[in-house]
Design a protein around this ligand. Structure first.
Ligand code: C2E
Ligand code: MG
Ligand code: MG
Length: 748
């Protein structure tokens, strides 16, 4: 690179053609000549100098002479001839100090710092002052008489050596500057191939050989644990090696190249062999091997520059690896190594764009995953997720897109025919062994067919998730396909929940109505069922069958239920105080409330807080809750019963009764479901079931109440069966608290 690099010089180069196919190597004679400018107003001095320096070779290179006969001419020559190594300058020319003026011009005006200057003068009296010699960086000052041939050659040799050194320093500064300036551009490259290519280009530029044959090799996958086992491949290549791009290094049929790479990989650092330079860059997981052909031996400082560049490349490599990792985390779940939610959505989007109609999206949920996580610990939870991922991976062909969508939920995307929910379920028939424990995984699946889908990938995923929650809440089938009415229902539920939450916070629009419960034998009101009412901000009465499930699903029911119990207890106390003593109060309780660990304490404080005998409070639980819920519910029931509270099973007969189980529950009353009461005509199934329930109650020592009694006939039938109590429109619909006392005067 210190070869002048100028056109005029290059044109002079004699290129010797070596063997065919190889680019020629330069010999010493090809090297550019040292340019020497002779400035003197005496022609004889020019010819004497030429004669004295004829055929001189300095540092392996010949000389080339330029001539100027005045300071003005010399300035012109300096301007037009780049790369002048030395100026042999006469001090006294057109003016006494013309030479010194020229020195100032060369240094200050032309900014030529590298050119060496040897001052010559005929008159000793014209010697420049020391400051001038120092300030203008003059190499030598000689009177012409002193300058014998030998002295001239020595002086010139010293000057040229120092010129070369200065050039080297300047070039290396420029090279450093180039590295420093180009580093950000290189470091900005995020993709390995583009980064590797950029690195090769920079190295080539630094070595002044744009067309060099070069390769940039890295291990195929980051070597795990720093172990050097992954095959290396060519991430970028140029010049004659361009054809190797993408190849494994082991497959390259070029012994010179592969030997150099293998040697450098072993030794690390820097290697100059096989007509090229090989660099081992970076360390640990982020290593690269760079080979670049060099057409000449590299100088020390070029080597140093290459080393500096290699540091910059190592940093870049690390950046690329980091970026790739970040990219991985942005689109993959590190635990299961599967695409994540964002990635899954973009895959569905792609499918929609391609117009793939015959495809299906499924979301698969590990039932009770969060319970498992909480009970067995996160580590086991993680193992379980991996086990699920592995089952799904093994169970479907590779074309099927598998993803982890969230916590315990996975996604599948594939052709309709290949994505059969029953097939997914079949994968989990055998238990999984996780952390030495055998766990039965019960997946629920929600699906949507792209043929029926509208909107984006995110919408499809949302719909499949809606179908999934439907499957989970109904628990009839383990899978459901999405349908339009699910969506409408969901949207309505969401806005309803929003409004309900506001109502619960502000205690606005919520109230209780009370429906009398009547003793058939005496025909008098013995109690009331508290039923929640909600009028939203738009003045609409929202029926319980719409808002109760939403409140249950969102767990808002815990807050609402507490309010109901408190209000009902307060009401009972007020009636007591008003002289309507001894009434029983039935309050509906949802499973979510029963699972809340604070429930028992809350209920106690509430009941005792209003000074009410716990035996006058009856909690209504649903049959499904009584029968299918876990031990916690049974335990809560026992604690409440122990406290003295009465327990009734609401809507009895509609669930799947297990008499054995029912026997173990601490119950007081069975409430015959309205469905059977509505059809009590002789011989009907409703009548048969109602009768059975009454008998069952008698057997188990439980009282029986019938709800939804609308007619006198129904009442008579129930009375005949031996049912003790009734509740229904026949006697009274649920009424606001203020209207209730009037009903106490009424009889059946
Ligand atoms: P439920 O506990 O079975 O309440 C009885 C339902 O039957 C009430 O409906 C009541 O108005 C209605 N009903 C009473 N007599 C008749 C009749 O003769 N004919 C007909 N067709 N219906 C009658 P409501 O008030 O709409 O409540 C519906 C359900 O909402 C309740 O069923 C209960 O499960 C739930 N619910 C109401 N309030 C609460 C509450 O405070 N907490 C909880 N967790 N659930 C509640
Ligand atoms: Mg009820
Ligand atoms: Mg009921």
């Amino acid at each position: 690179m210190s070869r002048g690099g100028h056109k005029a010089v290059k044109d002079d180069l004699v290129e010797i053609v070596e063997d065919a196919g190889e680019r020629p190597l330069r010999t010493a004679e090809d090297l550019p000549k040292w340019r020497v400018l002779i400035v003197d107003d005496e022609r004889e001095v020019h010819s004497a100098t030429l004669f004295a320096l004829k055929d001189l070779i300095i540092a392996g290179r010949p000389l080339e002479f330029f001539h100027a006969y005045s300071a003005v001419e010399a300035r012109g020559a300096m301007e037009n001839t780049p790369g002048i190594a030395v100026v042999l300058l006469d001090v006294v020319m057109e003016k006494d100090d013309a030479g010194l003026q020229l020195v100032r011009a060369i240094r200050d005006d032309l900014g030529c710092a590298d050119t060496r200057i040897i001052l010559r003068t005929g008159q000793p009296g014209y010697a420049p002052e020391l400051e001038v010699i120092r300030d203008y960086d003059i190499n030598d000052y000689k009177t012409k008489s002193e300058l014998t041939r030998t002295r001239l050659v020595t002086s010139l040799t010293t000057a040229i050596r120092s010129y070369e050194q200065i050039r080297m320093v300047l070039e290396s500064e420029r090279g450093m500057d180039r590295i420093v300036r180009s580093a950000p551009a290189l470091l900005a490259r995020r993709n390995l191939a583009s980064f590797a290519e950029g690195a090769l280009r920079q190295l080539a530029e630094l070595l002044d050989d744009d067309g060099a044959d070069a390769v940039f090799c890295v291990p195929r996958a980051p070597a795990a644990g720093g172990q050097d086992t992954a095959p290396w491949y060519v991430a970028a290549a140029m010049g004659g090696h361009a054809r190797h791009a993408g190849c494994n290094v082991d497959d390259i049929r070029d012994e010179g190249l592969t030997d150099a790479l293998a040697q450098c990989r072993k030794s690390g650092g820097w290697l100059h062999a096989n007509r090229g330079m090989t660099l081992c860059v970076g360390d640990g997981e982020n290593r690269a091997l760079i080979y670049m052909q060099t057409r000449r031996p590299l100088g020390d400082f070029e080597r140093r520059l290459a080393e500096v560049l290699s540091v910059s490349i190592a940093v870049g490599l690390e950046n690329v690896a980091l970026f790739q990792k970040l990219n991985f985390f942005a689109y993959f779940d590190p635990l299961s190594q599967l695409p994540n939610r964002a990635n899954f959505i973009s895959k569905i989007d792609e499918c929609i764009r391609r117009g793939e109609k015959g495809w299906t999206v499924a979301v698969i949920d590990v039932d009770h995953f969060s319970d498992i996580n909480a009970a067995l610990g996160h580590q086991t939870g993680d193992q379980l997720l991996k086990a699920v991922a592995n089952r799904l991976r093994a169970g479907f062909p590779a074309e099927m897109t598998l993803a982890r969508v969230s916590g315990g939920t996975f996604g599948l995307l594939g052709p309709d025919g290949a994505l059969d929910p029953e097939q997914v379920l079949a994968l989990f028939e055998r238990p999984s062994v996780v952390d030495g424990q055998s766990l039965m995984i019960q997946p629920y699946i929600g699906l949507e067919r792209l043929a029926e889908a509208e909107g984006s990938g995110a919408d499809v995923l949302k719909n499949a998730t809606i179908a999934l929650s439907r499957a989970k809440s109904e628990r009839r089938e383990h899978w459901q396909y999405f349908t339009r009415d699910m969506q409408i229902a969901t949207q309505q539920r969401l806005s309803l929940l929003h409004d309900l939450r506001h109502a619960a916070e502000a205690k606005r629009g919520l109230s209780l109505h009370y429906q009398p419960q009547v003793d058939i034998a005496s025909g008098t009101v013995i109690g009331a069922e508290a039923l929640m009412r909600w009028k939203n901000d738009r003045g609409e009465n929202i029926p319980p069958y719409r808002f109760i499930p939403v409140a249950e699903y969102s767990h808002l029911i815990i807050e609402l239920g507490e309010w109901v119990l408190r209000s009902a207890c307060e009401q009972l106390r007020d009636w007591d105080r008003a002289g309507h003593a001894g009434l029983r109060m039935s309050v509906n309780v949802s499973p979510a409330q029963f699972r809340d660990p604070n429930f028992v304490g809350m209920a106690r404080r509430c009941i005792l807080g209003f000074g009410i005998d716990p035996g006058r409070i009856e909690l209504e639980i649903t049959e499904s809750m009584a029968l299918t819920e876990a031990e916690t519910v049974v335990e809560t029931l026992h604690r409440m019963k122990g406290f003295g509270v009465s327990i009734a099973v609401d809507d009895f007969g509609s669930g799947f009764s297990s008499l054995g189980h029912l026997h173990q529950l601490p119950l007081n009353r069975l409430k015959i479901d309205r469905a059977f009461v509505s059809d009590l005509s002789a011989g009907s199934s409703g009548a048969t079931i109602a009768e059975m329930i009454v008998k069952l109650g008698r057997m188990l020592g439980l009282a029986v109440i019938a709800e939804g009694v609308e007619t006198g006939e129904q009442l008579d039938a129930l009375r005949r069966m031996g049912c003790q109590e009734v509740q229904g429109f026949y006697f009274s619909p649920p009424v606001p608290a203020g209207e209730f006392p009037a009903l106490l005067k009424k009889t059946l």
